[in-house]
Design a protein around this ligand. Structure first.
Ligand SMILES: [Zn+2]
Length: 527
């Protein structure tokens, strides 16, 4: 991959190259070697050679999460996506057959088989985050890992980092994209890095020690965990003056939360820090980021810089399924380009992006890459909370995230849905747990939150429960879980209810709470 060209080809040229590669990819690799797509094409009577342009993609039906998720009695479903270099199928296409015969001649039988393994044999697995559904595996071959390294290297290049930087990787250690992409990116650039595995593996205290003692310049983490680390660092008066870059992933970064983190970074001595947002999903194989100049700007960010040689992103109207015009809102649809392992065509992410995709050069860095709007409503992460029926109305609980995480008077929060009296036929109740900022009047905050939520999401919590910060952190499991428990569904029948993770309401009362009618609050003092 030409390093100098990846980000500076004019759109006209990379779009033409994209079309050329897409047509060939489908004709020579996806159709002959993907059991899933061969069947899909055959069933829909689509000849692979009719896909000649990106526009022609619309002839192919969408692939949804449900299509590729494993079922308890059919765990093999996601493996149908994996390219299988079957001899018979290779021989069935003249152009492919010729190339492979040539390879066999050049490298000999053993060399050829090693070459094929390198390209097609899966060696690395990622899993989607699934709580109610079974997680879907997405497989990488060595060929793919090379591309993942390159994509990671590009993100660091966009962040203007180099070998003189020191990275602390605080993404949770798991078979997930964020941790591993950071790992491969640091390896590709050749920069010193400590892959901590996050709070659950190395422990928050040791991560803070490492940040300070190794004079780390870069921190990669989820927004919630980075905020937690910075808050602790500021409280303990640590010197993180070398830290100049935060690369955040795994969750969205609301503007208000970014501001809170910038304030904390100032407190620990960081000068001109860049807080960089990324966007990715397991099925997309890589994540994308904004450039440093965009992250530093006080103005609107320029969007996630995509890699036109690795994927095709379409934006569609989620209702009609038709593609929307450049710059228009819609759902993100992903098509793999030149990947091996698990290959997807027209995969509906369910994520809604404001401002869609644009192809004009980035106003900040001038790169000519396609850019995806920064404001993305992710439905993939908390799928089960998307449009939950609450008190008879449909509510998107994901909408609470920016409102609460970004609120200046809220340190942490958790949202809990339960049934009145745990009776499955009774009304839904929404309990909002809050750790308020120091010195904030509970009465004011309670009123403020009721009004804000009523106005923005049109649903007010049944009650607001105030907690001390340590208590709420414990509830969220920021230290003990790979992924914090931001939303809890404790309605009878849910896994959490069955796991009896719920606490009796009485227990909350000892910590004090304020109901809608404004009862008094008693709170323990913070440790
Ligand atoms: Zn840029």
């Amino acid at each position: 991959m030409a390093k100098t060209l990846w980000d500076h080809l004019p759109p006209k040229e990379y779009l033409a190259a994209q079309e050329h590669h897409l047509a060939r990819y489908i004709r020579e690799l996806v159709y002959p070697l993907s059991p899933y797509y061969r069947e899909l094409f055959d069933y829909n009577r689509i000849k692979p050679q009719v896909i000649r342009s990106v526009r022609d993609l619309s002839l192919i039906p969408f692939t949804t999460k449900a299509d590729i998720a494993p079922l308890p009695d059919k765990p093999e479903i996601p493996f149908y996506l994996v390219l299988e270099p079957d001899r018979e199928r290779i021989e069935s296409r003249a152009s492919v057959r010729f190339r492979h015969r040539l390879l066999r001649l050049t490298y000999g039988k053993k060399g050829y088989s090693e070459l094929m393994d390198r390209e097609f044999l899966p060696v690395h697995y990622h899993f989607t985050i699934g709580r109610t559904a079974l997680p879907t595996p997405i497989l990488y071959t060595r060929y793919d890992l090379h591309r993942l390294r390159e994509a990671g290297r590009r993100i660091f290049e966009l962040a203007e980092l180099d070998r003189s930087d020191v990275v602390i990787n605080a993404f949770p250690f798991a078979p997930h994209l964020a941790f591993w992409m950071t790992y491969f990116a640091t390896e590709a650039v050749g920069m010193p890095a400590l892959h901590t595995g996050g709070g659950r593996i190395l422990g928050t205290r040791r991560i803070l020690e490492a940040l300070e003692r190794l004079r780390a310049t870069v921190l990669t983490a989820t927004p919630s965990y980075a905020y937690h680390l910075l808050r602790l660092a500021a409280r303990e008066g640590r010197d993180l003056s070398q830290l100049h870059t935060l690369i955040l992933g795994g969750d969205r970064l609301p503007a208000g939360l970014k501001d809170k983190m910038l304030e904390l970074l100032g407190k620990v001595g960081s000068m001109q820090p860049a807080v960089i947002a990324t966007y990715g999903f397991t099925e997309g194989r890589v994540a994308w980021s904004e450039c440093r100049a965009s992250a530093l700007s006080k103005e609107e960010g320029s969007g996630y810089h995509l890699f036109p040689d690795m994927e095709i992103i379409e934006i569609i109207d989620p209702e009609t399924g038709y593609r929307v015009e450049e710059g228009q809102d819609g759902e993100v649809v992903y098509t793999s380009l030149d990947w091996r392992g698990s290959v997807l065509l027209r995969f509906r992410t369910g994520d809604l992006v404001k401002g869609g995709i644009v192809h004009s050069p980035c106003p900040y860095c001038g790169r000519s890459l396609p850019r995806l709007g920064l404001e993305i409503t992710r439905t993939s992460e908390y799928k089960e909370f998307e449009l939950t029926k609450l008190k008879g109305t449909l509510v998107d609980l994901n909408a609470f995230y920016p409102l609460l995480s970004g609120h200046k008077d809220v340190l942490e929060w958790q949202l809990e849905i339960r049934k009145h009296n745990d009776d499955p036929y009774d009304l839904d109740e929404l309990h909002l747990h809050i750790a308020p900022a120091e010195g904030v009047s509970k009465k004011y905050l309670e009123k403020e939150l009721y009004e804000l939520l009523q106005k923005e999401v049109e649903v007010a919590p049944t009650r607001i429960v105030f907690h001390s910060l340590p208590r709420l952190l414990q509830r969220l499991g920021l230290e003990t879980r790979g992924r914090e428990k931001r939303f809890l569904d404790l309605r009878p029948g849910t896994p959490e209810f069955e796991a009896k993770e719920r606490e009796p309401i009485e227990k909350d009362r000892t910590e004090g709470y304020v109901g809608p009618s404004g009862e008094q609050v008693t709170l323990p003092t913070e440790e």
